[in-house]
Ligand binder design. Structure first.
Ligand SMILES: [Zn+2]
Length: 226
């Protein structure tokens, strides 16, 4: 039994169960994880980075600032935080909001991963070096916001449960440099280049959709070798 910071109680019960595998669909999909969009799929869909959650996060930050102000106020008055009623009230408010943000994010990730696992037998994704990316400060904030690692974890265990396959592509595979039409390597593209035209076959590309198509074909290639 545990009680979380917002004051709710939870009881955990361990059970043994058999998970029924999902029906095979004979479909494969490539996924490119993005910053502007959360995920870009090789079927051309772009999954929005859940705007609602980021609005909630702004609200949470506001309330957190209020909490620090109240802590300071209590300290200046010489009141211990345990006895500072306004501080305690605000602390519970922040905990409730925090819980809501987490639940929304989790719900979003669960719905998306279940849909992908249900509709495809093979899911190809880049093996993200999230740790390395977090060292890049400009990217760090956005990456921790979009919860890529939680997304990949969910895909992994759901693939395992439901008899589907998750193929991870090497971080160094140049998914954004290759032309998905003719395989020509068009060279490095900085993050601000969202659209480009292949210098070999003149196919116009959306950066992220092209990358997700490359991830899919690389996944299919790796799988055929295995
Ligand atoms: Zn080309």
């Amino acid at each position: 039994v545990r009680r979380n910071p917002s004051g709710k109680y939870f009881v955990s019960i361990l059970v043994e169960t058999e998970v029924q595998q999902l029906e095979k669909t004979a479909s494969s999909i490539g996924i490119d994880l993005g910053i502007v969009d959360f995920a870009i799929l090789s079927d051309g869909r772009k999954i929005d980075n859940n705007k609602f959650t980021s609005q909630m996060e702004k609200k949470l930050k506001r309330e957190q600032r209020k909490l620090s102000k109240r802590a300071l106020l209590a300290k200046n008055k010489g009141i211990h935080l345990f006895e500072a009623r306004n501080y305690q009230k605000q602390k519970r408010k922040v905990a409730r909001l925090h819980e809501k943000v987490m639940n929304q994010r989790d719900d979003f990730l669960n719905k998306l991963t279940t849909e992908l696992i249900k509709n495809h037998d093979m899911i190809c994704i880049e093996d993200l070096n999230v740790k390395g990316m977090l060292r890049n400060h400009k990217l760090a904030k956005r990456i921790s916001d979009v919860s890529w690692s939680s997304f990949v974890t969910k895909l992994k265990y759901k693939a395992d449960w439901y008899g589907k396959l998750l193929v991870e592509i090497d971080t160094w595979f140049p998914s954004s440099q290759l032309c998905s039409t003719c395989s020509h390597n068009d060279g490095k593209k900085s993050l601000d280049i969202r659209k480009w035209v292949c210098s070999n076959c003149q196919t116009p590309h959306d950066r992220d959709i092209n990358a997700s198509l490359n991830i899919l074909s690389e996944g299919l290639r790796l799988h055929s070798l295995a």
